[in-house]
Design a protein around this ligand. Sequence first.
Ligand SMILES: [Ca+2]
Ligand SMILES: [Ca+2]
Length: 167
Amino acid sequence: MVSEGTRCTVLRDGATVFQVGGLTRFAVVLPTTVAPASVDTDCVSITGRVNGDMSDLVAEVSWDAAGRQLVVRLSSSPPDGDAYTLSLTDSLKSATGRPLGGDAGVRIVLLEGDVNASGEVTAADILTVRRAVVEGWREPWLDVDRSGAVTAADLRAVRERLGRRIP
Ligand SMILES: [Ca+2]
Ligand SMILES: [Ca+2]
């Protein structure tokens, strides 16, 4: 498990990512070289455990041949408080014409305030942020309100979300 605070998260098959600040741009590491003509907005699916099929959010998909990655942009982030499964669909083909449906499956957890990536906002998250404020830590995933600094306001932001958990 990794916590990511970056704008473009790189996703590898089988990973679980606790994404901070919503998910609007990510790259999927491809299992093989793809047929460029098959790369379009239908070749990635996003399904939330609660929110269901969110694939309509996929606004743009491009292929980075050098890194052998699909770069995906969403029109907006899927709703917070859910776990999403990202995978390739059969509309994406390998260079040899093989459908890549089901490949590169990744789980993404969106839960604001869950700074320790446990899947639930608890007192432990409050303690972590309190310690961060006192000791001056600057890790982006501790900046819950995205102000650019870790302060007492982030403590309040976590406290407001106490008890929330992914389904
Ligand atoms: Ca937690
Ligand atoms: Ca902050």
